[in-house]
Design a protein around this ligand. Structure first.
Ligand code: ADP
Ligand code: MG
Length: 694
């Protein structure tokens, strides 16, 4: 049996590979850049390239590629082989420092959100030495940033790395005031829990909505959904288990520390979670995880669905972004310790997060805004569209007592007693969980739960890092001016908690009351992507990101328009797919079924038999068929009208206000019809097949 310890990370040019393959001096330089963020001496690139090439060839690589994360949300790669022909008709294998450091990619084929209009189409990729290179599918993949000829970031990674730098500076500044002199860096750590569905590939292939949109546009509910709660944590079936085993192995070989796997709430839904790591690595890992989920699924005759809402009436899939801050000396700044009430550094940092989240609810909301996620947020399973925070009783009590100046007395932690002598007892956690909160403190980290399953985690972490850097700096400004450090810390906590505690909510985030309560508190409620996305370029946000050198104004504009256009394109595709399925598959079947029923009806009545079923169903189906036919017109006109609108935001509104309702109206009728028709006649596999066949 192969041991995990032998192959974990075997396809990554990680620290141990670097140590083995690089000259010592070069290794030390590179390590300094990776760990301390010092700028890289370009002269070592040649040595690094040589070592990488040797290492990669031993792993069977024939090509290299600059691997980057354009604003499409997926990863991009263009492969060049190492070969250089020689005079004697043979080849040698080459890879230069220049090829490592810089590449060119046609910027115009990637979304640029208008960045290209003012600049050349040319785009460049630049080696990011802080992310490890790796071998995948016979290619040496070199993580790179991607930017335009004018120097604007065209990718998701560059702003993320910029935000890490800013947060590092602001964090060090703050903890130095608390007397921490030994930490050299502070980095965000992230563990991204990933939900997904698995469906049989043969069934998937028969559904155009799944193939073109990644979700079902139609589908009558199966008699059984998730109501019994028997899938969550249920025994993993053999086919899924085989898939998960191979998935883990592939991830482990790439150094991705996949840790947890289990069945999720909905039938056919599952989850994987890795051990957390530094956020830029976690981002690479999550992108690779999504890719490998899909690849391994295909090998098992399955398709992995990452859409936020593949099936109506069942839970959708999200991604939980667990976020914390860690020093290079191993201190988690969000760890409250045994007695949080006495840990004023922790309480100040906690207050900084509360302030940041309250002040920039809009940014967190828009970082998860998409056509797909609109089906999830505000439904009754995922977090609501309103951003709020959950701290738990203990921390809320501590902050309340600081605010009011009253004494805090810790509640004794009870022991759990199971009433069974042979079982070990342990102390209860001080607080229960809150499953509905979009932003929950979970012991020593914050868990942001609004991300949709297919989304890159880069955007939201870029925002988190920046808004928290701002809060740290504002606090440091006050502290540096004060003579009495401790009392100033407490008064900052008091002032800021008072100003921002409206964001804290420990109740049921799905309830109607919360909507009303949140409105009373003045919290933002952008119900959908179209409402959220235009706020990228609010003045507040332009100023914030400029101050921290994370996004320039132009870069923000480009992201805003890319996301709005993406919304439009997704809905355009969905609208056309619904139309096509209705016209080419559903209506013809309904017509035939209706005709068959009428024949049976006349035959039976001719024979003097009663034919209530035939008459009623034929009538009902005819009505529905005509209704769907009408809806086709409405939908087609709505799509055409939307496409005529030049302004992308106005077009998005047309999709939201006219196209989506037309699709919904059509779906209702189609699903009703599906439930009336012989399943063997129905033109595509139904929910029972899709959800219960693997
Ligand atoms: P759950 O939220 O389901 O209870 P866990 O508590 O095990 O799951 O953690 C979920 C994720 O949070 C895992 O990916 C884990 O590695 C990550 N995590 C744990 N501690 C930290 C931390 N300090 N910083 C960032 N992520 C963390
Ligand atoms: Mg979790």
């Amino acid at each position: 049996m192969e041991k995990i310890t032998d192959y974990f990370g075997c396809n990554v040019f990680n620290d141990s590979a670097m140590k083995e393959y690089l000259p010592e001096k070069v290794y030390k330089e590179l390590k300094n850049t990776i760990e301390q963020g010092t700028s890289l001496d370009k002269n070592i690139a040649g040595d690094v390239a040589l070592a990488m090439k040797e290492w990669a060839i031993e792993k069977g690589a024939t090509h290299f590629t600059h691997w980057f994360q354009p604003m499409t949300g997926i990863t991009a790669e263009k492969h060049d082989s190492f070969i250089t022909p020689t005079d004697d008709g043979k080849v040698i294998l080459e890879f230069s420092g220049k090829e490592l450091i810089k590449g060119e990619a046609d910027g115009s084929s990637f979304p640029t959100g208008g960045l290209r209009a003012t600049f050349e189409a040319r785009g460049y990729t630049a080696w990011d030495p802080t992310s490890y290179a790796f071998v995948k599918d016979g290619s040496l993949c070199i993580p790179t940033a991607f930017y335009s000829h004018g120097g604007h970031a065209l990718d998701k990674k560059t702003p993320l790395v910029r935000s890490m730098q800013s947060l590092n500076d602001s964090s060090l500044r703050l903890i130095r005031l608390f007397g921490n002199t030994d930490a050299k860096t502070v980095k965000p750590t992230v563990g991204a829990e990933q939900e997904y569905f698995l469906v049989d590939k043969k069934l998937y292939d028969k559904r155009e909505d799944l193939r073109f949109c990644g979700r079902t546009l139609f589908g009558a509910p199966a008699p059984k959904g998730q109501e019994l709660g028997d899938h969550y944590y249920g025994v993993i079936r053999p086919r899924v288990s085989a898939f998960m085993k191979e998935l883990d192995k592939e991830l482990w070989m790439l150094g991705i520390p996949s840790k947890t796997k289990h069945n999720e709430a909905a039938p056919a839904q599952h989850e994987m979670a890795p051990v957390f790591t530094t956020v830029n690595t976690a981002t690479d890992h999550n992108q690779l995880t999504m890719e490998i989920l899909k690849k391994v699924a295909e090998k098992h005759g399955l398709v992995c669905l990452l859409h936020e809402k593949p099936f109506g009436g069942l839970n959708g899939s999200g991604k939980h972004n667990n976020w914390s801050l860690c020093t290079d000396t191993g201190i988690n700044l969000l760890n409250p310790g045994k007695t949080p009430s006495e840990n004023i550094q922790f309480l100040l940092i906690l207050t900084a997060v509360i302030r940041a989240v309250d002040k920039h609810q809009d940014l967190l909301r828009l970082s998860v805004a998409s056509a797909g996620n609109d089906h999830r947020l505000g439904g009754h399973e995922a977090p609501p569209a309103i951003v709020s925070m959950f701290l738990g009783d203990e921390l809320t009590d501590i902050l309340d007592s600081i605010e009011t100046g009253s004494e805090y007395t810790a509640k004794a932690r009870e022991r759990m007693d199971f009433g069974v002598k042979t079982m070990p007892s342990f102390k209860k956690a001080t607080t229960d969980r809150n499953r509905t909160s979009p932003f929950a403190f979970t012991g020593n980290k914050f868990e942001f739960r609004m991300l949709g399953a297919p989304m890159s985690i880069a955007g939201v972490n870029t925002i988190l890092n920046t808004i928290i850097a701002e809060a740290f700096d504002d606090f440091s400004d006050r502290l540096e001016k004060s003579d009495d450090f401790e009392s100033e810390v407490l008064s900052i906590i008091r002032d800021e908690y008072k100003a921002h505690k409206r964001i804290i909510f420990d109740g049921d985030g799905y309830s109607e009351e919360w909507q009303k309560e949140a409105e009373k508190r003045g919290l933002l409620n952008y119900p959908d992507a179209v409402a959220a996305l235009p706020h990228y370029t609010d003045k507040k946000n332009i100023d914030l990101f400029a101050k921290y050198n994370v996004y320039s104004e132009i870069e923000l504009h480009s992201r805003e328009s890319i996301n709005i256009e993406r919304y439009n394109k997704k809905l355009h595709i969905e609208g056309l797919t619904a139309l096509r399925m209705a016209k080419e598959q559903i209506l013809p079947v309904l017509s035939k079924v209706g005709a068959d029923l009428s024949l049976n009806l006349s035959a039976k009545e001719g024979a003097g038999l009663s034919a209530v079923y035939e008459r009623k169903v034929a009538e009902k189906l005819s009505q529905i068929t005509d209704g769907i036919f009408n809806d086709c017109d409405t939908l087609e006109n709505a799509i055409k009208a939307a496409e005529l609108i030049d302004d992308i935001l106005e077009r998005a509104k047309a999709y939201r206000d006219n196209v989506i309702p037309a699709m919904n109206s059509m779906r209702e009728k189609v699903d009703t019809a599906e439930a009336l028709v012989d399943e063997n006649e129905w033109p595509y596999p139904n929910y029972c097949d899709l959800l219960f066949s693997v």
